[in-house]
Design a protein around this ligand. Structure first.
Ligand code: ZN
Ligand code: ZN
Length: 398
């Protein structure tokens, strides 16, 4: 059956596909342009691409680049504190989920804009149209007119969905839920979590724990099973010569044959500390726990949470967990060793701001202690740490 209100002869599913395509472009504009380019400077974009994104955001959202950028930078700078514009840890999950957009409006004060809004567009288009008090709303009015012209009255419903897309998915789900629920690859200092490994309709932003760990990386995926669709578009733009200076997480150099620890080893490892702690969790803690059936038997109902608990800092444990862990450690002293070695390794990273020699000495002592513990997974891990170097070429030069 074809319906013929508006300019088009359309099938019932056409408005659905049209809405999904339009909202997809909008979320890509938010993640690639506003988030990764404007707020974090993780990539540079061709002026034509920037103009296209700005035009699209004006047409479909009425978001002002400077406001969004400043509020988001403030979020990273003050994460999970009273100053954070949208922390569910401070304001409660319900408020951020349901009133995410409202929180943006409240946070867009002149102090935030001048402190965090540097380097955002300030050209004629921005002043006279996109950020102009009237011009700002002109875009979404034009969008409504286009929808109605194409589909008749149902065009208004499409428009309503478009208007709600970013408030619900970005301001609510990403800002709220992704600081509350999901899995953590990295022990970033905030509460950020990856919601799921793939959610193309929110543009890769579901990988929020990865993002808070490496905020200046243009790529948000980190494990092999994670897919960041925003990164796919960035690579496509790069291939077309429309994106460049694309930043990633810390560049890691390792030399397989290297076993000697020098100052470069310790510095290079400190740069890659989040990934190293994640590897410790997977390759040492999880492997050791899984390889010993007695652990499963004595952990009982707590078995599933064990890896997570052991990879957390002790200060996150409440009294009940402290008691349980102490009894558990008496039965499995090797896990107590692993846990305290993990805490010591975490402490070493805090020495990176002190002298090179101090960092190197602590790092060396840790590796020797790990080798002496008599746990196979730990010896392999320490051998892997020894391979770190700042630049592989430096090895040959010595
Ligand atoms: Zn966040
Ligand atoms: Zn960010």
């Amino acid at each position: 059956m074809s319906l013929a209100t508006g300019l088009l002869q359309w099938q019932w599913w056409h408005p659905l596909v049209y809405t999904l395509i339009l909202t997809h472009f909008t979320i890509i504009a938010v993640t690639v342009f506003l988030h990764r380019h404007s707020a974090h400077r993780a990539l540079q974009l061709h002026p034509a691409v920037k103009h296209a994104f700005r035009f699209w955001l004006w047409l479909t959202t009425s978001i002002k680049t400077k406001e969004w950028t400043a509020i988001h930078r403030r979020h990273h700078a003050t994460c999970e504190t009273e100053e954070d514009p949208h922390s569910p840890q401070v304001l409660g999950i319900k408020k951020v989920l349901l009133e995410g957009s409202e929180l943006y409006k409240q946070a867009a004060d002149p102090a935030t804009l001048s402190r965090f809004g540097n380097g955002t567009p300030d050209d004629w288009l921005e002043r006279k149209i996109y950020s102009h008090p009237v011009g700002n709303y002109l875009g979404i009015a034009v969008m409504a007119a286009i929808n109605i012209a194409l589909f008749g009255p149902i065009g208004l419903t499409i428009w309503a969905v478009q208007m709600l897309w970013i408030p619900i998915w970005a301001a609510g789900v990403i800002n709220g839920l992704a600081h509350y629920w999901g899995y953590r690859n990295f022990e970033s200092p905030d509460a950020a979590r990856n919601l799921v490994p793939i959610a193309a309709f929110i543009g890769g932003e579901e990988l929020h724990n990865n993002h808070h760990t490496y905020p200046n990386s243009a790529r948000l995926s980190s494990r092999w099973y994670e897919f960041d669709i925003g990164w796919f578009y960035i690579r496509t733009l790069q291939l077309m010569g429309l994106a460049w200076d694309i930043r990633r997480g810390p560049v890691v150099h390792k030399v397989a044959s290297k076993s000697m620890i020098d100052a470069d080893t310790a510095l290079a490892a400190a740069n890659d500390r989040f990934r190293i702690m994640a590897q410790f969790k997977r390759q040492v803690l999880r492997r050791t726990i899984r390889s010993d059936r007695r652990i499963k038997a004595s952990a009982g109902a707590h078995y599933r949470g064990l890896v997570q608990w052991l990879s957390q800092n002790q200060e996150h444990w409440d009294d009940a967990r402290h008691d349980w862990m102490n009894t558990f450690f008496e039965k499995h002293p090797e896990l107590r060793t692993l846990h305290s070695l993990k805490e010591e390794l975490n402490h070493i990273w805090s020495l990176r701001t002190r002298s090179k020699e101090e960092l190197m000495a602590a790092f060396k002592a840790w590796c020797e202690k790990a080798d002496a513990a008599g746990v196979e997974a730990l010896s392999e891990f320490s051998a892997m740490l020894r391979q770190y170097t700042l630049k592989p070429a430096a090895i040959g030069a010595r």
